[in-house]
Ligand binder design. Structure first.
Ligand code: ZN
Length: 391
């Protein structure tokens, strides 16, 4: 595709010079539409990356990307994980190219991939990123430091006990007092399909799957992180150099846990974020729901909601009671058989409005209906124990 485009452009124009301060331009419809930043483990749209730079910057970036290509590539194709580098056509429009174009990449052959195939490929590529390798190494080192864990293995197959043909390769796995545990490094771009599918595999195995991130910023969450967060009682685990150090110093696995804390503001529920470094054995682990958490957000939030509901109910009951008393007082104190005075009428209208909010309709004036007058006189006399409204 690109080759064709370039040829056509060459015929029509020839070379161009470019304002170094202008925004870099990407080719339209690049073959490699998305690349994986191998340093951060983030996927980036190719054209999004290119146009985020000025022309002079993209030239520098191109040099850096190229110089890293053989040693420690900066970017890889999102679909085949082959390292890529930046090139431009004679129009000085940029695009990414595979280091090795052997036709095996679906981006090049334009092979049709299903959504799940694309996700599986991208997920596989992600495991090659530096960010992923670092989290994996931190998890492994932290586990090895804790004698409660044994058989700590990294990137080894996990064969299903029920179906030997079914297998997964968790980042790290270990035996623990609560059974087998699989640890998966969760980069900010792990996909819900992968999360859901893995969760059911390990549940069927009677094992626990724990997702661990390299960092977490409550103010900058992606949808994919939210999928994990909300299904894990609003607890997210992070492993970093500090937690690894603590795990090693105390010979006990520690993780940094970020969690939502519910709070009450008047009659509504609010949230705030807290985080602390916690030992693994302080976590509540639930195999059936595949959850592991430190702070019980759902339990606490439910208690606050119940408290709010109760207070609202109590307030409504007190309001109803005050209205009932106000109405009886009004009726007991008014002089019967006289047309209502202005202030009396105003009081009645206020009562009428409050009753109306409770879907009880009364006439616009207390004397409108003699049958209502008789009914109220009767009820309120009975309640008072002496005649009200009748002499
Ligand atoms: Zn590719």
């Amino acid at each position: 595709m690109e080759a064709e485009t370039i040829d056509q452009e060459r015929i029509s124009t020839g070379n161009v010079t470019f304002d170094p301060l202008a925004r870099a331009i990407a080719v339209e419809n690049p073959a490699i539409a998305e690349v994986l930043d191998l340093d951060t483990g983030e996927f980036v749209g190719s054209n999004e990356f290119i146009t985020a730079h000025r022309y002079e910057e993209i030239i520098t970036a191109r040099h850096t990307i190229r110089s890293r290509l053989s040693e420690k590539p900066a970017f890889a194709c999102a679909l085949c994980a082959t390292p890529v580098y930046l090139v431009s056509n004679q129009f000085k429009h940029f695009f990414f190219r595979h280091i090795c174009e052997d036709g095996s990449c679906p981006a090049q052959t334009r092979g049709e991939l299903s959504r799940s195939e694309i996700l599986a490929r991208k997920y596989h590529g992600l495991r090659e990123s530096e960010a992923h390798k670092k989290i994996k190494a931190l998890i492994e080192a932290s586990l090895v430091a804790d004698p409660q864990f044994s058989e700590v293995k990294s990137e080894r197959q996990w064969r299903s006990k029920r179906d030997p043909k079914s297998r997964r390769q968790p980042d790290v796995q270990a035996s623990s007092p609560i059974g087998q545990i699989a640890f998966e490094a969760q980069l900010s771009t792990t996909f819900l399909d992968v999360v859901v599918e893995r969760r059911s595999f390990y549940r069927d195995e009677g094992a626990l799957l724990i997702w661990v991130m390299g960092r977490f910023d409550p103010d900058y969450r992606r949808m994919t992180t939210d999928d994990l967060l909300f299904s894990n009682n609003s607890n997210i685990f992070v492993v970093d150099d500090e937690t690894r150090q603590i795990s090693e110093d105390q010979s006990r696995l520690h993780l940094r846990c970020h969690y939502r804390v519910p709070d009450r503001s008047g009659e509504s529920l609010t949230d705030r974020w807290e985080s602390r470094i916690v030992p693994f054995d302080a976590l509540i682990c639930e195999l059936e729901s595949q959850r592991a958490w430190y702070f019980d957000y759902e339990g606490k939030a439910a208690a606050i909601r119940a408290e709010i509901e109760n207070d609202v109910r109590e307030r409504k009951r007190a309001d109803d009671e005050a209205l009932r008393e106000g109405f009886i007082k009004f009726w007991s104190e008014r002089v019967p058989h006289y047309e209502a005075a202005d202030h009396e009428r105003a009081q009645w209208l206020a009562l009428r409005e409050e009753l109306g909010e409770r879907e009880i309709d009364i006439p616009s004036s207390p004397d409108d209906y003699s049958s209502l007058v008789a009914l109220l006189n009767g009820i309120i006399s009975a309640k008072a124990g002496h005649p009200v409204g009748w002499n």
